[in-house]
Write a protein that binds this ligand. Structure first.
Ligand SMILES: N[C@@H](CCC(=O)N[C@@H](CS)C(=O)NCC(=O)O)C(=O)O
Length: 314
């Protein structure tokens, strides 16, 4: 594949993102792994900015991430990662898909089964069936879960209304509204959600076997080189952890290879540059109108606890 890029003309890459978006996180991780500098523009999907006409022009589905490279706009995380791979893979920008055919086949297979897991549906399901989770982390604390659930309940109505007022995006928005109904069923129906968690289980079982068979302790999922399969796996493990599903799937000892992979990958600089810090969470939560008071209270409680602990140990 030839290496051509508008970037060579100095235009630069611009990523439309939201830092809590699962699919944006995949792309951010890939950009860091490929050592590609980029600018970003936050589209606040918690405030509906994805449906403003200026963003629908960028991505008519009203979704982040989307990548702009000069005149080109590429939507969808998988397409963006493939675009980056096709256009920026040389000594300076590491390959995420190996050239070796046998390795490539393995990477593609693992990428496919991992990417097939609908991470947003899993996330939303945990908001309805909290009996499946333990110790969720920021940002998915109870008030955020309630806020996102309320938004999710209104999605179908909101998309159909938008479709009426924006005839140029009508079909896309109505399709999306239909897709939402299917997701809604899986999320709210306990049996359907249990079946979804079973598919996560069988995928992680295959991942565990793959890791167990790796003899080289420095290997990632397939080889010593970090690949697109690692991008998907890392983002998925992070998400399972923050929604409160990591104990169920890999931290309780049932999948020791995934557990140590997760510990090891979380020390990678790309991981630390991608996933939000504690400071980021507090800042972001203060920005939520509904949650500002909760966050301020949490900060006050944490501050009080630290003060109490310090004064006792003096
Ligand atoms: N298939 C898309 C899915 C993107 C997606 O679902 N993005 C979510 C955030 S994780 C979004 O923008 N949701 C806003 C909305 O649908 O209103 C991809 O892989 O990029």
């Amino acid at each position: 594949m030839s290496q051509k890029s508008n970037n060579e003309n100095g235009n630069g890459l611009l990523l439309y993102l939201h830092n809590y978006s699962f699919y944006a996180q995949k792309v951010i991780l890939a950009l860091h792994e490929k050592r590609l500098p980029f600018r970003s523009q936050t589209i606040d999907i918690t405030k509906g900015e994805q449906y403003q006409p200026s963003f629908l022009e960028v991505n008519p589905r009203g979704e982040v991430p989307a990548l702009r490279d000069g005149m080109k706009v590429i939507p969808d995380s998988s397409r963006i990662i493939d675009y980056l791979e096709d256009n920026f893979s040389n000594g300076e920008h590491p390959r995420l898909i190996p050239l070796d055919q046998a390795l490539k086949q393995k990477v593609n297979h693992l990428r496919e089964i991992i990417d097939r897991i609908p991470a947003n549906t899993v996330t939303m399901g945990t908001f309805y069936h909290t009996e499946f989770i333990s110790k969720p982390k920021l940002p998915f604390i109870a008030p955020v879960r309630a806020f996102m659930r309320a938004g999710f309940e209104k999605t179908h109505e909101r998309l159909t209304k938008l479709a009426e007022t924006m005839p140029q995006y009508r079909d896309t928005l109505l399709n999306k509204a239909e897709e939402h109904l299917k997701t809604y069923k899986t999320v709210t129906d306990k049996e359907a959600f249990t079946r979804l968690l079973d598919t996560v289980d069988s995928t992680l079982e295959e991942v565990e076997t793959q890791l167990k068979n790796n003899q080289d302790p420095e290997s990632w999922l397939v080889s010593r080189d970090f690949t697109v399969a690692d991008i998907g796996l890392t983002t998925l493990l992070y998400r399972l952890d923050v929604v409160g599903l990591s104990r169920r799937f890999f931290l309780s000892g049932s999948r020791p290879c995934i557990k140590s992979y997760f510990e090891r990958v979380s020390t990678r600089p790309s991981y630390q540059a991608t996933f939000p810090t504690l400071f980021y969470h507090f800042k972001a939560l203060l920005g939520f109108k509904v949650l500002g008071a909760t966050t301020a209270a949490l900060v006050a409680i944490a501050g009080g606890a630290i003060y109490y602990w310090k004064s006792r140990s003096r």
